[in-house]
Design a protein around this ligand. Structure first.
Ligand code: OGA
Ligand code: NI
Length: 361
């Protein structure tokens, strides 16, 4: 009988501690963290970095999008950003600088504590939340050079406070204010995005408004072998819309895969990086792309980022997820399958096998 795998992650070493030890020496970092890509002549090569920095994700100005005199051009940029890149940077978004600043400071404070104190928030078997590493499912799996803290932050009633830092004391309040602001902002964006796929502006609101928000705090310590480790392995975000901020704008890390190449993102000070997740790709009937991305490591600077995942309503989420599982099992080319997945969803919509609120018309 197949053994049911518990949700959550196998416990592995704390990377912040590993980094502190290895960066003081010139010892090779443990094998499990070395990302090796076999080249044609059988040599092992490290991580490839952004190759064509002349191409950059669009920068959308929310104030211009809202201003009738400039909205048309900005709206076209938004549509092509979601379609061509699945990513854009958002400026003049109306979220006060200190709202993000307060959260970033509290998060940095958490990581400054000794390991024992941080461990109070550790992941536990059976839960996806807490402090540790993202999905580790086998003993020989390659590991990311980064720690993370994942929390379900909205709705407030769903919070599992076992995993919430109690130091600094302002942490909960900072998360509250910040997550309310990003949820509101994502609803504003989703109205424009619905319009960009030819649906009624309010249609996506019905799917996302008041729905769960997850917060993933990423801590990427420096690594003297930065070109041979990866901070966060290539992935797509499962949910609807992700809004990401990083603590300092003086260190790059995020990279996006476009047409088989990795592009480094130079995140503007105070900007959000917004990206389309799998569920939104499906809901947009493939018009928007949930693009693969990853985070790379700096040789001597740490990097902290906070990603807010805005999920669609339960029924929609379940449908997208079950379709995805089918895809992964078959091992068919993802891009092709994602398009046909949209057809599956379309079919479900037509046959009435859907949650009423999922309809885009
Ligand atoms: C994520 C993510 C990228 C980054 O948390 O899902 O893609 O730059 N993070 O930290
Ligand atoms: Ni991501």
């Amino acid at each position: 009988m197949a053994e049911a795998r518990a949700i959550g992650s196998l416990p592995v070493a704390n990377v912040q501690e590993l980094a502190a030890a290895f960066n003081r020496s010139d010892n090779q970092v443990p094998e499990r963290y070395l990302v090796k890509e076999a080249s044609t002549d059988g040599e092992l090569v490290g991580v490839v970095s952004g190759e064509d920095s002349s191409l950059e994700i669009p920068v959308i100005d929310l104030a211009k999008l809202l201003d009738p005199r400039s909205s048309e051009a900005e709206f076209a940029k938004l549509g092509s950003g979601c379609h061509d890149w699945g990513f854009f940077q958002l400026i003049n978004h109306g979220v006060p600088y200190e709202v993000a600043g307060n959260l970033m400071n509290d998060v940095a404070e958490f990581f400054k504590q000794p390991l024992e104190a941080r461990k109070a928030c550790s992941q536990q078997p059976g839960s996806l939340e807490g402090y540790g590493q993202s999905v580790v499912v086998s003993e020989d799996q390659k590991l990311d050079w980064g720690d993370m803290l994942y929390l379900q932050v909205q709705p407030a009633a769903s919070r599992d406070l076992r995993f919430w830092p109690t130091h600094p004391a302002s942490f909960g309040c900072s998360v509250d204010v910040y997550s309310s602001a990003t949820a509101k902002l994502s609803c504003r964006l989703l109205e424009f995005m619905a319009k960009a796929v030819g649906a009624k502006p309010a249609s996506l609101l019905g799917v996302f408004e008041g729905q769960p928000v997850g917060m993933r705090v990423n801590y990427y310590p420096p690594c003297w072998q930065a070109d041979q480790v990866i901070g966060l392995s290539p992935h797509t975000d499962g949910g609807g819309l992700t809004l990401l901020r990083q603590k300092n704008d003086d260190v790059q890390g995020l990279q996006i895969n476009k047409d088989g190449k990795w592009f480094a993102v130079d995140i503007l000070d105070g900007a959000f990086v917004v990206n389309v997740g799998d569920a939104l790709e499906v809901l947009s009937n493939g018009k928007f792309k949930s693009e693969e991305h990853r985070a790379v490591i700096h040789p001597n600077k740490e990097r902290i980022s906070v990603a807010m995942f805005h999920f669609p309503c339960q029924g929609c989420w379940a449908l997208c997820r079950s379709s995805w599982r089918k895809v992964k099992k078959c091992g068919i080319d993802q891009r092709v399958t994602r398009i046909s997945l949209c057809n599956i969803l379309q079919q479900n919509l037509m046959e009435g096998k859907h949650v009423e609120r999922m309809k885009l018309e």
